[in-house]
Design a protein around this ligand. Structure first.
Ligand SMILES: [Zn+2]
Length: 240
């Protein structure tokens, strides 16, 4: 019986180790990239020499290198579904890659584009759009741009029927727009969740907002503009 227990615990330890080793490996690769990074901008040099250690300070200036953001905070990223698989009657399934074609004398040349969100789930978030001849480079470009577009947002416990005091929602009603899309975010009490479409949900989640009511106007199916409107709304949380 005792032996059984021993074996069991050692097994779980082994599993945990593999998970940990994998995590460490990813972290090491990341650290090495940051270490090998040769900054090309003034801000990059300051960050590399550890003269600037807070992201807020860096955000005062224009960030032109994604490594600046990477060496200051750790970010999570996600892909927004902006594309559509082919389907009859326009009923294609949502997909991460948007495929467009250019017509040339030699034939059709496809281009893939992709939209990526990055955030630390604690007040910083950014979106980026990238295009390339293939899917993975498009994603890399999008993530890179998302890091450069990072913004800081303000959160609060601002709902009239919530007194928890934790920053879990938007501080007041904010409205953002891009193209024909409008997004209105309203404070909500704890436990409400994100009452908004799936793509905006990803953005709010990475920004660190847990509860929100929303209203959207305009063409909701154009995800790109909807995402931009969402970011525009979040940016307005800093305006008061
Ligand atoms: Zn609250």
């Amino acid at each position: 019986m005792e032996e059984d227990m021993k074996q069991k615990s050692s097994e779980s330890v082994a599993e945990f180790d593999i998970e940990k080793i994998r995590e460490n490996r990813i972290k090491e690769a990341h650290d090495k990239h940051i270490e090998d990074w040769k900054p090309k901008t003034k801000l990059g040099v300051l960050v590399k020499e550890k003269k600037i250690t807070s992201l807020d300070e860096a955000l005062q200036l224009k960030i032109l290198e994604p490594e600046i953001v990477d060496s200051l905070i750790s970010l999570k990223s996600e892909i927004l579904n902006i594309g559509q698989a082919k389907g009859k009657f326009g009923g294609g399934k949502r997909r991460a890659w948007r495929q467009t074609q250019r017509k040339t004398a030699e034939g059709n040349v496809p281009t893939f584009s992709c939209m990526s969100v990055v955030g630390n789930e604690n007040g910083y978030v950014g979106i980026g759009y990238g295009r390339a001849k293939e899917t993975l480079p498009a994603r890399a470009k999008a993530t890179r741009k998302a890091k450069l577009n990072l913004i800081k947002i303000k959160r609060a416990c601002a709902s009239f029927d919530c007194v928890c005091g934790e920053p879990h929602t938007v501080p007041f009603i904010v409205e953002g727009k891009a193209g024909s899309s409008r997004v209105k975010l309203m404070p909500a009490p704890q436990g409400t969740g994100l009452v908004i479409g799936d793509e905006c949900k990803k953005i709010l989640k990475l920004a660190g907002i847990k509860d929100v009511y929303s209203r959207t106007k305009g063409k909701k199916r154009t995800t790109i503009n909807l995402a931009k409107a969402c970011i525009d709304a979040l940016q307005k949380t800093m305006e008061m």
